[in-house]
Design a protein around this ligand. Structure first.
Ligand code: MSP
Length: 635
């Protein structure tokens, strides 16, 4: 019989930012699950990678004067090296700029089109570049702010291909009947109510920028590139060779697809709909975790409060950090990162309970039996403790299978408590004095057996540390020991215990310097300083408004023709209608950013941006004090 298969995925990370604790969290949970399935003997495939297309990346590269590909190469490399340093056991690191991925995406597009799920139309609405998401008027906050991240959205009106998402509403609701398809349950309920409000067809191509996968040649429509979320979601199957070399498609459907709560909608609505359109089975679990905050605040570069996972791992130990991330917050809820909480976990859970247990076994067996440990009398004296321990270990595994990592670890620690308490209750040193040596040695061996079983199940979270514990107990952690100690509930063979250096030295003080708020501000300002060369990359010019008209149906926009001293005037669409009438602007001079990439605003081409200052009293255009020649430069 061929072994059961498992396929675990992380989201693919945007390359507009370097890895932070949030990325590390998702990846470490996924790595834990992949290691757990391998331990159980499953034929496992674990995927991670980077999401490299889209307007956000194109713009991030441009600001840095790099091509999107160069920039993507650099940041993708940073993710890969961090995961390598963190010993993340991925089987494939996919990049959406990989040729096979692009081919697979085009194949999928073709298939969806042939099925009648894709049609051509025109998209008109708002787009948030930061979230790479389309929004309707009613979804926006304060008319133009993104409901997810709060940043300004852009009005987009362009030809687009659409995916018939609305056709999948009922099919999706049927899928949600499967109790564990979306975890945790509370998050699934949010998805269900969203879908019940009605799904609109999804715009899946863009024409206003280039950095994306082209449509399949068969479509013969050069000006479109794929919407980045269609491109990105398909990575989960193109990584298995979908549309190219399909030999790894045997791993599909995924066992667990890990995501953060912010991107659950894409994974629990769009993704299953795309899969149904492709005629592929749906993932077994899409599991959404919460967010890490710092002192209760969202992390952001401007606040200077982003937690760098490498710094934390270097200071406190990678596996201690892994344990903390998985233990500290209930899966699905937000958690606050603090060094104090991390130190508490290391000192109490790891050092006092886990590490100390091993020390006590070594100490007692050195005194009573010259380091010999034998399980021969364990069942006679301690069957009850072993049975209770096994019950906790069973519950632990049930929790892990539902991604409840904190409850999983809690159950393992309950088992350790049984062992630690047994030493206090049975006092082997008293038994030795009372000539009950068999009893005393059985207690030591029972504790060693509990520690062995916990080490096996803890292995996916702390692979190196648990291997050291297992070595001291004279076994290796692998599928054989999982079957022996967990599935069959066998006991350790007689062995001579090995001494090990302390696994979890106590930590007295915080090891990382936390910037104080005033330092933070100075740092942020310094970070945002630019060189004179950078400034001169922005070309500012004086121009005269020679025509000004209202944009029909828009409360905010005016369409201006501005003479910048060139052969023909520039068209600039500006949100100043609430402050200026078209007549009052005619023949006045303004200051314009003249080298801005043209953009379409409500379907109108805008070839620049005018400068204005705004406060609570309104908005004023920035103008020269005296008349200047059109086209004169500002700087
Ligand atoms: N590129 C998309 C995913 C495409 S998957 C087909 C994306 N990338 S991301 O880099 O912005 O985010 C990746 C993951 O990191 C998400 O699951 C997100 O929830 C997670 N986190 C980002 N910041 C986080 C925290 N502060 N805390 C926990 N996780 C958060 O979205």
């Amino acid at each position: 019989m061929s072994p059961q298969k498992a396929y675990v995925t992380t989201p693919i990370y945007y390359v507009n930012d370097v890895p932070h604790i949030g990325h590390a969290y998702t990846t470490i949970i996924a790595d834990t699950m992949a290691r757990y399935y391998r331990l159980k003997g499953y034929d496992t495939f674990f995927l991670t990678g980077t999401d490299e297309h889209g307007q956000k990346i194109e713009e991030a590269a441009k600001v840095r004067n790099r091509t999107p590909q160069e920039y993507a190469n650099e940041i993708s490399g940073k993710f890969k090296s961090l995961w390598d340093e963190f010993d993340i056991s991925y089987d494939k690191f996919i990049r959406t700029t990989d040729t096979e991925h692009k081919q697979g995406v085009q194949k999928a597009f073709e298939k969806m089109f042939d099925n009648g799920d894709i049609y051509k139309g025109e998209y008109e609405g708002h787009y948030c570049v930061s979230c790479e998401t389309f929004f309707t008027d009613t979804q926006l906050i304060d008319e133009n702010l993104c409901p997810d991240c709060g940043k300004e959205t852009r009005v987009v009106k362009e030809e687009s291909y659409f995916f018939r998402l609305s056709d999948y509403q009922e099919k999706l609701l049927n899928w949600y009947e499967d109790e564990k398809c979306v975890l945790p349950k509370g998050k699934k309920n949010e998805v269900i109510s969203f879908v019940k409000q009605g799904l609109r067809d999804l715009s899946i191509t863009r024409t206003s920028f280039d950095w994306g996968i082209k449509l399949p040649p068969k479509m013969d429509d050069e000006k479109h590139v794929m919407y980045v979320w269609l491109d990105a979601l398909l990575n989960y199957i193109t990584a298995l060779g979908y549309g190219t070399d399909e030999k790894n498609m045997k791993y599909w459907p995924a066992t667990v697809q890990l995501v953060g709560k912010d991107i659950l909608r894409f994974h629990a609505i769009y993704w299953p709909a795309f899969l149904m359109s492709l005629g592929l089975p749906l993932p077994k679990h899409v599991a959404a975790h919460g967010w890490w905050t710092r002192n209760g605040e969202k992390m952001s570069k401007s606040k200077g409060n982003v937690v760098n996972p490498k710094e934390v791992a270097d200071a406190y130990g990678l596996e201690n950090f892994r344990y903390f991330l998985l233990r500290e917050v209930p899966f699905g809820q937000d958690g606050d990162f603090s060094q104090k909480a991390l130190i508490d976990r290391i000192n109490s859970d790891l050092s006092n309970e886990l590490g100390n247990l091993l020390n006590r076994i070594i100490g007692m067996s050195s005194k009573y039996s010259n380091f010999q440990v034998s399980s021969k009398d364990v069942l006679a004296y301690h069957e009850k403790e072993l049975l209770t321990a096994m019950e906790h270990l069973k519950i632990a595994e049930i929790n892990l299978n539902e991604l409840q990592t904190n409850r999983f670890l809690e159950e393992l620690w309950k088992t350790l408590t049984i062992a630690n308490q047994s030493i206090t209750i049975y006092e082997p040193w008293v038994k030795i004095k009372n000539n009950e040596k068999d009893f005393a040695l059985a207690t030591v061996a029972m504790v060693a057996n509990i520690l062995a079983k916990v080490s096996v199940l803890l292995h996916p979270v702390m692979p190196k540390t648990t291997s050291k514990i297992a070595k001291a107990l004279n076994f290796d952690i692998n599928n054989d020991s999982y079957v022996k100690f967990i599935e069959n509930n066998d006991l350790l063979n007689d062995f001579v215990i090995q001494k090990v250096p302390p696994l979890f030295p106590k930590i007295e003080n915080e090891l990382l310097v936390t910037p104080n708020p005033s330092e933070k501000i100075v740092k942020t300002e310094e970070d945002s300083l630019i060189t004179i060369d950078k400034f001169f990359q922005t070309k500012l010019k004086i121009g005269t408004i020679i025509e000004a008209k209202e944009v029909p149906k828009s409360k905010k926009l005016l369409k201006l023709q501005v003479d910048l001293g060139d052969d023909k005037p520039r068209q600039i669409v500006a949100g100043i209608k609430e402050y200026y009438t078209p007549e009052s602007l005619l023949n006045t001079q303004i200051c314009v950013v003249s080298n801005l990439k043209p953009a379409k605003i409500m379907g109108l081409l805008s070839e620049g941006m005018l400068l204005a200052a705004k406060d609570e009293n309104g908005l004023s255009l920035i103008r020269p004090e005296n008349k200047k020649q059109n086209g004169s430069s500002v700087g």
